[in-house]
Design a protein around this ligand. Structure first.
Ligand code: C2E
Ligand code: MG
Ligand code: MG
Ligand code: MG
Length: 282
């Protein structure tokens, strides 16, 4: 039916402009179908304690297994899903799937799930989390929710009370991509964060410029003073790792250890780290 409609509109619009609109319409329709047909999958990337180095959890990262386009990355469809109101349903699916997968892993392994700001604005994240935990049997303490600073820009009572309710349930809250948004530092006090994730742009620059070392050092100090863990995202080199350990960073994540992998590979990753693997090459 979409195709028939599409053919009809070609008669009335400029071909160039129409092609853009059609492409977008088709993408939207496909995204809605993807949810019904369960074309989404989660890939998992290890989170490591720095000292002694050990696997402590995984971050769930959504991908879209598109029937023709292949594997579509979140950057290519999450913004559209947010625009057309589909992120609530996708987000709820991600929570259910991630908790169900994690419930099968050893009990010391945590699962981190990203939440879109829109899930707080017009969704019910507390209910979504309660349902995901109840269905999977995963203890709340093993779930971490990652939110970006943009959530805090909607500095309203609903967001704040949702976060406090989740925290009171035992769920851990992480501030994702720290340093890239516009938040004031006072948010760190007002919101119940357990962890700060330093954005990978700072980690990337670590070996080259002393400014980045100063920033990373300051964030680690801030985290410690506020009783929060600090994780460095995007660790790619041994030199970055050396500096982060020296500065006392608590946790690490990045391609140096592993890229995000499909769920079938999780058991193997857990076994590899149990045998003392330290980086991807080990
Ligand atoms: P994020 O939450 O900051 O996730 C980390 C991103 O950095 C992931 O990209 C990961 O693959 C990538 N990454 C990890 N280690 C390295 C590294 O060493 N080097 C580099 N260059 N990149 C690294 P990905 O999977 O493409 O996800 C991008 C973003 O999409 C995520 O950023 C998150 O904001 C969003 N996202 C992913 N899954 C979900 C989801 O289920 N729900 C929502 N709302 N957003 C999601
Ligand atoms: Mg994240
Ligand atoms: Mg991040
Ligand atoms: Mg990031």
């Amino acid at each position: 039916r979409a195709k028939a409609e599409g053919r009809g509109t070609w008669r009335f619009f400029e071909p160039g402009m129409d092609a853009e609109i059609l492409k977008r319409r088709q993408f939207e329709a496909e995204l809605r179908r993807a949810l019904i047909e369960e074309q989404f999958e989660l890939h998992y990337q290890p989170l490591l304690a720095a000292e002694p180095q050990a696997l402590v959890g995984f971050e769930a990262l959504v991908r879209w297994r598109h029937p023709r386009r292949g594997l579509v990355q979140p950057g290519e469809f999450i913004p559209l899903a947010e625009e057309i109101g589909l992120i609530k349903s996708i987000g709820a699916w991600v929570l259910r799937k991630a908790c169900a997968d994690a419930a099968k892993w050893p009990s010391h392994i945590k699962i981190a799930v990203n939440l879109s700001p829109l899930q707080f604005m017009d969704g019910d994240p507390v209910r979504d989390v309660e349902l995901a935990l109840a269905a999977s049997g995963l203890p709340a303490e093993r779930l971490e929710l990652e939110i970006t600073e943009s959530v805090l820009l909607q500095d309203n009572e609903t967001t704040l009370s949702s976060l406090h309710r989740l925290h009171a349930m035992g769920v851990r809250i992480s501030m994702d991509d720290f340093g890239t948004g516009y938040s004031s530092l006072s948010y760190l006090r007002r919101f119940p964060f357990d962890k700060i994730k330093i954005d990978r742009s700072f980690v990337h620059a670590l070996a080259q410029d002393t400014g980045s070392i100063a920033i990373v050092r300051a964030v680690i100090g801030l985290g410690k003073a506020l009783g929060m863990d600090v994780l460095a995202e995007g660790v790619e080199t041994a030199e970055q790792l050396r500096i982060l350990k020296l500065e006392g960073c608590d946790e690490l994540q990045g391609y140096l250890f592993s890229r995000p992998q499909p769920v079938q590979d999780v058991a193997e990753m857990i076994a590899r780290y149990a045998q003392g693997a330290s980086t991807a090459e080990a």
